[in-house]
Design a protein around this ligand. Structure first.
Ligand SMILES: Nc1ncnc2c1ncn2[C@@H]1O[C@H](COP(=O)(O)OP(=O)(O)O)[C@@H](O)[C@H]1O
Ligand SMILES: [Mg+2]
Length: 536
């Protein structure tokens, strides 16, 4: 496909299996319009865009800008129109020229270059020069498994910006790179699962877990984008994609409303949505395409109404549903604790756990983001990676510290971030108000806070009860070899921490059954208690 000279808008970077049929101009001209139609019809686009027809252009512009500015994708966009998906592929383009239409740039890049491999512009050493079509052939033949490695793409340097500025932009967490280093195995796992389900047109459920900042959301959405691209190219049966996020729902049952809205574009009450979804997923409809539903931040949905989570995990087991659900949560054993063991085994969840990043991995992630930039000394990156890996293995945190270090270097009017700047960024983090407050707590109060964090991790639910926390206090105190406080004293600790706003407790009751919420991030607690050691 690359190197078409007929001027037909086509996506050179997307490999075509049926390239012969597409050679005919008529055929190609027809495809875009049909595709556009189907996208206009798709519920997901409606959801993302409100009134579909008019706003499609708007959304294109917005997304195109994102890609032009940084050649990155921030968050996966729902309801992409055909054009925007093409823009996705645009990311392969090694050029950073202004792109009026994606195709135009592509054509120019193909005419000026004989080797049309996307990897031409890739600066990482890992990229192999292989055209996407070659690669796809290999993937199909099973010689190669789909990986994100070769999709690495870094923006061409903008001469008006300093190295430090560019580095800072690249390090922003909202900038999700095309390829996620160190998550190739996970990518392939999820890819194989979803592709299999879509090919076989059957339902299933995958449970992805791991602590925050381990790239779960980024990996899953990366897989889905790849699959959407393949479906668009008729390399894969069409499927419908919906996503909900526990964090963004005011109430668990809103999940039904959101799902129904994405499917049909209609907003109904949760009762109606529930009934209609139940009907949809239990009534056979032979011509219906597979629905892929991503439920991110499942933990938060589990707050009180477990029936919602139950339904979300149960619907895929109905053969009529043709529903594939991918759930993402922070805790590994959430389904077991939430639903009864027997139920979970019947649900037949496919599981995948994302381990926290090691310091080597964090180093690789940051280095890949910097893309050969001179703005960072190697040892500075290494220091951040080591410090963060020692505490949480959270890529987000590592990127934040690096970004802050670039700012400090900027203020100091130097061109390169050194160990010194990183040290300073780490020290500042301890100086943050919340972290300071935690550091100023008594040892027992700190243990209590740790206990709340541990209880949140254990249950996967943000709201804890005093009883649960108290058990954790006992464990932690025993582990540390300190005498654990009797419940009365622990209750006093609890109200003191509440007064300091480090936790939110129920004022009205000061008993064993009161509910407790952490008002600082678990990370802050880790850092408050450990960064002191890290800096010194
Ligand atoms: N392997 C990786 N390579 C590059 N960046 C990563 C990687 N893993 C995580 N990140 C960065 O960390 C951020 C958080 O990742 P995310 O997928 O949201 O984590 P999770 O969903 O596990 O909490 C992402 O926005 C991305 O910028
Ligand atoms: Mg996430």
């Amino acid at each position: 496909m690359p190197g078409r000279s007929d001027g037909v808008p086509c996506d050179i970077y997307i490999p075509h299996q049926k390239s012969k049929t597409l050679e005919s101009t008529a055929a190609t001209e027809k495809t875009p319009s049909t595709r556009r139609k189907s996208i206009l019809k798709s519920a997901t686009s409606r959801l993302a865009e409100g009134t579909p027809r008019r706003s499609i252009h708007l959304s294109n512009i917005v997304e195109q800008r994102v890609f032009q500015d940084d050649e990155i994708i921030s968050t996966p966009k729902r309801g992409r129109s055909k054009k925007t998906v093409q823009d996705d592929d645009e990311d392969y383009s090694p050029k950073k020229s202004v792109q009026k239409t994606p195709t135009r740039t592509r054509r120019s890049s193909t005419t000026t270059k004989t080797a049309t491999t996307p990897s031409k512009g890739i600066t990482t050493a890992t990229a192999t020069p292989m055209t996407p079509s070659q690669k796809m052939k290999k993937i199909r033949a099973g010689e190669l498994s789909p990986s994100m490695q070769q999709r690495t793409d870094l923006p061409a340097k903008d001469s008006s910006k300093s190295e430090l500025q560019l580095a800072r932009e690249q390090l922003h967490v909202s900038v999700v790179p095309k390829s996620l280093p160190c998550r190739e195995r996970e990518f392939e796992n999820i890819y194989a699962f979803l592709e299999g389900k879509i090919q076989d047109q059957c339902g299933g459920c995958m449970y992805v877990s791991g602590v925050p900042g381990t790239g779960k959301t980024a990996t899953v959405t990366g897989v889905i984008r790849t699959l959407q691209r393949l479906a668009k190219q008729n390399e894969l049966p069409a499927f419908e994609y919906l996503e909900i996020n526990g964090m963004r729902l005011t109430e668990p049952r809103q999940a039904y409303v959101q799902i129904y809205k994405q499917l049909t574009g209609k907003t109904v009450s949760w009762e109606q949505a529930h009934a209609l979804l139940e009907k949809r997923f239990t009534t056979p409809a032979p011509r219906r395409v597979t629905t892929v539903l991503l439920v991110d931040e499942l933990d938060i949905l589990c707050n009180r109404r477990q029936d919602v989570v139950y339904n979300l995990l149960d619907w895929p087991t109905k053969s009529a549903a043709k529903l594939v659900v991918v759930t993402i949560a922070n805790t590994m054993d959430l389904p077991e604790r939430l639903l009864m063991g027997k139920v979970t085994s019947r649900l037949g969840l496919t599981r995948l756990t994302f381990q926290p990043y090691s310091h080597k991995q964090l180093q690789e992630i940051v280095t890949a983001r910097l893309g050969g930039s001179e703005a960072f000394k190697g040892e500075a990156v290494q220091l951040v990676a080591r410090k963060v890996a020692a505490v949480s293995g959270d890529a987000r945190r590592a990127l934040d510290i690096c970004r802050r270090a670039t700012e400090i270097a900027d203020t100091a009017a130097v061109k390169c971030v050194t160990m010194l700047h990183v040290q300073q960024a780490l020290a500042e983090m301890i100086a943050s108000a919340k972290v300071q407050a935690i550091r100023n707590c008594s040892r027992m109060e700190q243990i209590f806070l740790q206990a709340v964090a541990a209880e949140v991790t254990r249950t996967g639910v943000e709201e804890t009860t005093f009883m649960g926390v108290y058990q954790q206090v006992e464990t932690i105190a025993a582990f540390m070899g300190v005498t654990f406080p009797p419940p009365g004293r622990a209750l006093r600790l609890c109200s003191k921490l509440g007064a300091e706003r480090l936790i939110i407790s129920e004022h009205s009751r000061n008993d064993l059954f009161q509910k407790i919420l952490l008002n600082v991030s678990a990370d802050d607690i880790h850092y408050a208690l450990r960064v002191a050691e890290m800096v010194n």
